[in-house]
Structures are given as structure tokens and as C-alpha cells.
Design a binder for this molecule. Structure first.
Ligand code: SF4
Ligand code: SF4
Length: 466
């Protein structure tokens, strides 16, 4: 059955009949590619090194999701640090907005792990093992999924995926836990084994099968592009004025023909399979491959390079560069506000976070001797880098007594614990059904704090029990 005739543009990774169009870009080895390769290998080293680095005795980055603790550059954020985390995330988001407004999608082309690993780790192995672009295309055409060369490629991909999965998970569990995971048998440690197997499989499928579709379909950043960029943003752009009207080849060029010789090198090298000459597109990851490809062609035909280059849409249209424009003013101002707020909150935050809670079951208990017992729950989060023992005292209990079975309460650095304190008071201490106390907590070193709290009891007038 023949494919239906369609006029709409489909994704570059799809044929019009819906089948997969495998993109096998031809590498254009030029100055931009060499610069990107240096950046890519540096980033890979940084990615592998970060989990091994410690700052002030703590991991440089540890995102402990089960314990809801995030350690970044020697500072641990606990669940009650919501404001700090919100300010930090807000700062990152604004920084992305600012960076995109100034330099377009430079992150996608130069630093995104998907691009870095695909273009400088997985794809080079593919070319090596499958006999280059034409070798891969031959295997695609003949549907030779189980050809030895392709199977060998998948075996190498699997090893790379295993390595990446281990490094990736080290950010979440730490290198020590990871070492244990690796040493113990899957029977002794089934959950970590399953986590590792699933992560490896996902990474393998991403680079072996899903590939550039991650950028085209799954990643939201490309879709934000139209909102994040303006006509002054620097992008990888084709110079229409110079290139059009394009004319194939160099022989018999008509007068007035543009510099584009329709060689197709820019399309052939594009890892997302698009034609940069169609203008700014969501699929363009600004990888600069078409710049290198076109520059090489221009050099060959004796034309100046830069037909495809880093430029803004305004520059290409002959309009002047505007250094001051709304988003270049608003974004830095917002970033200063958020990041300044984050640094201030970080510097002024207490060494411990205390939460005083009422008992979850009954507000108070009326004893046989008419005294009233309140259970007060005290949650202490130790934000410091050393273990502490917190002494819990209750002030304002004249004529009563306090039972604090776990005072002092030992809380390791970065951890949080909850204990109960029982306050027993005569019924007469609750003339309005309430009695104010102060919970005094100190570690005798970094932290001392007083926390007012309101105990409940039977109403003085009617003596109603709960
Ligand atoms: S590589 Fe340059 S000359 Fe060749 S088709 Fe692309 S834009 Fe035109
Ligand atoms: S159009 Fe050029 S810059 Fe954009 S993804 Fe393709 S090769 Fe990279």
C-alpha cells in the first residue's frame, strides 16, 4: 500500500507514512566542532568527578530523595528549607531565561548531556563500528537489526549505559552506597539492583533508539524557545540576504544568484535532520554543525565563510544591535533579587529547625487525680555539620511537672528527629481552657531557641472533658 500523500511538514525523524526516519548525520569536522568536542570531554570529566568530590566533609552534590535532603557544595537543604530551595530554583530558572535571551539555545548545543553524550560518545562508536554513515544507512535499509556489527554496537552501548547509570545514581545515593550496591549480589540487594537495571535500560534505549527524538519530542526547552528568545538573541542562523536566491552548483551561475549553492551539506550534517535555511525552528539545537559544514563549502568555492553563523535575526535583517532591551534588564534584576534573597536566607538561617506540634490523637488527657496531661511533640532538624544533643526544657509550668524521656535528644548532622514531652498541670492552670508555655531548646553550642506554645485543658467554667 502506498503512503498517503501529505503536504504537511512532519517531524524529521518520521517518514510521511509514520515509520521511523533514522537520522545518520555526516560529521562536519571544523573549528566549531573541535571547540565543542573540548567542552564535551571537559563536561564528561566534570560529570564523573562531581560525586567523588567532597566540600567541607560533605558530597559536592547529593540529592537524597528518600530522606528529602539535598546537599549542594557542602550545604544541606532539609524539607523545611522550602523557601531556600524555592529561591535557588527560581534563580536557576531566571538564569536559564537570561542565558537564552542572550545566547539562544547554547545550552542545547554545547552542554546538554543528551547532545554531549550522543554526539561525542555514542555516535562516534556507532560510526566506528557500523562503517560510518553509509554503513549505518545500509544496515537501516536492509533492516539488519541483528547484523554482527550492529549487535557489537549495542553491546558497547550497553557498557556505556551501565557506566553512565552508575555515575548518574551516585548523585542520588552517594559513592559509598553505590560501591556497596556494586559489591553485593542482586539477591542480597534486590531494590538497588532493580533501580540500576531500570536506569541502565532507560539510558540505553535513549541513546540506541530514542536519540534525537528526546530533543524534538520530550524536552520542553525547545518548545519554550519562541517565548525565551527575541529578535536580538544570538542564534545559529542562515543569512537569507546573502544566500538567496540559492542556485545549485557553481557552473553557469546566473547574475544575482545568492551564495548558497544548494549542496545540502548543512542538512546532511544536522543531527536533528532539519534544514537551517527554513528559518528558526524548534528542532534546531544550535549545535553549529551546519556552520562548520557550510564554511567548508564556502572555502572550497572561494566565497567568504559565515553564510550560516551565530547572529541575531535583527542583525541579519540589517537592524542595529540593542544592548538594552526589556528582558536583558528584567531578567538580571529578577535574578539579583532571587539569588540575593537565597544568599541572605542561607547566611541567616538557624543551625536547627524546630517544629512544635500537638499530639495527633487527643488534645489533652484528664487524669484520675484531676491533673491535665498534654503531649507536646518536638521535631528537631539539625542543619549543622556536626552531631548535636538537644536539651528540651519547658518554662511556665509552676505547680506542674514535665516528663521528657528523650532529653537530651541526639540528632546527627543533617538529620531530623521527633520526640514527645509530657506536661502535667493541675486543672486550675486552665482557667480559659488554655495555658501558655515556652519550650526552650538548646544544644549548648550553636543553637538556643524559645518557642511559645499553647496547651489545652478542660474549660475552667464547665470543666468539659474532651
Ligand atoms: S551548506 Fe551552505 S551552500 Fe550548502 S546548502 Fe547549506 S547553506 Fe547552501
Ligand atoms: S540546523 Fe544547524 S545548528 Fe541547528 S541542529 Fe541542525 S546542524 Fe545544528
Amino acid at each position: 500500500m502506498s503512503a498517503p500523500a501529505v503536504s504537511e511538514r512532519v517531524l524529521p525523524t518520521l517518514n510521511v507514512d509514520g515509520s521511523r526516519n533514522w537520522i545518520r548525520p555526516k560529521p562536519a569536522i571544523g573549528p566549531w566542532w573541535r571547540r565543542r568536542r573540548i567542552v564535551a570531554y571537559l563536561l564528561m570529566v566534570v560529570f564523573f568527578a562531581i560525586p567523588q568530590i567532597t566540600v567541607r566533609g560533605l558530597p559536592a552534590v547529593l540529592l537524597d530523595i528518600p530522606r528529602r535532603q539535598f546537599t549542594i557544595l557542602g550545604t544541606t537543604f532539609i524539607p523545611t528549607d522550602t523557601l531556600l530551595l524555592m529561591l535557588l530554583l527560581g534563580s536557576c530558572l531566571i538564569a536559564i531565561f537570561l542565558f537564552s535571551a542572550l545566547f539562544g539555545r547554547v545550552w542545547c548545543g554545547w552542554a546538554c548531556p543528551q547532545t554531549v553524550y550522543m554526539e561525542f560518545l555514542f555516535r562516534p562508536f556507532e560510526r566506528l563500528l557500523e562503517g560510518g554513515r553509509s554503513g549505518s544507512a545500509l544496515l537501516d535499509r536492509d533492516r539488519k537489526r541483528f547484523h554482527p556489527r550492529r549487535l557489537l554496537k549495542y553491546a558497547v552501548y550497553l557498557v556505556l549505559s551501565l557506566f553512565l547509570a552508575h555515575t548518574f545514581l551516585a548523585y542520588f545515593v552517594g559513592v559509598r552506597a553505590l560501591e556497596q550496591w556494586v559489591r553485593l549480589s542482586p539477591y542480597q540487594h534486590p531494590t538497588p539492583f532493580i533501580v540500576m537495571a531500570v536506569t541502565t535500560t532507560l539510558i540505553f534505549l535513549d541513546f540506541a533508539w530514542f536519540r534525537e527524538q528526546t530533543c524534538l519530542i520530550a524536552c520542553p526547552y525547545g518548545r519554550w524557545q519562541s517565548a525565551l528568545l527575541d529578535s536580538q538573541s544570538t542564534i545559529v542562523a542562515y543569512d537569507f540576504t546573502r544566500g538567496e536566491p540559492r542556485m545549485r552548483g557553481m557552473a553557469n551561475r546566473a547574475a544575482g544568484a545568492g551564495d548558497c549553492i544548494e549542496c545540502g551539506a548543512c542538512v546532511l550534517t544536522c543531527p536533528t535532520g532539519i534544514d537551517i535555511r527554513d528559518g528558526l525552528q524548534m528542532e534546531c539545537i544550535h549545535c553549529t554543525q551546519c556552520m562548520d559544514a557550510c564554511d567548508a563549502i564556502m572555502a572550497k568555492v572561494g566565497q567568504p565563510t559565515g553564510l550560516i553563523r551565530y547572529a541575531s535575526r535583527d542583525t541579519l535583517a540589517g537592524r542595529p544591535k540593542q544592548l538594552l532591551r526589556p528582558r536583558v534588564v528584567v531578567y538580571p534584576a529578577a535574578f539579583t533579587l532571587f539569588f540575593g534573597g537565597f544568599l541572605f536566607a542561607l547566611e541567616t538561617r538557624e543551625a536547627a529547625d524546630i517544629t512544635i506540634l500537638r499530639s495527633g490523637s487527643v488534645p489533652f488527657m484528664l487524669e484520675a487525680d484531676s491533673s491535665v496531661t498534654n503531649q507536646v511533640r518536638v521535631k528537631i532538624a539539625n542543619r549543622s555539620r556536626t552531631d548535636h544533643r538537644y536539651v528540651i526544657m519547658v518554662l511556665g509550668v509552676d505547680g506542674g511537672r514535665v516528663i521528657a524521656p528523650e532529653s537530651p535528644l541526639a540528632v546527627p548532622a543533617g538529620a531530623q528527629r521527633t520526640t514527645s514531652v509530657f506536661v502535667v498541670l493541675p486543672r486550675s492552670a486552665f482557667p480559659d481552657g488554655q495555658h501558655n508555655i515556652t519550650v526552650h531548646i538548646t544544644d549548648g553550642d550553636d543553637f538556643t531557641g524559645d518557642f511559645p506554645f499553647n496547651l489545652l485543658g478542660p474549660s475552667g467554667r464547665n470543666g468539659a472533658t474532651p
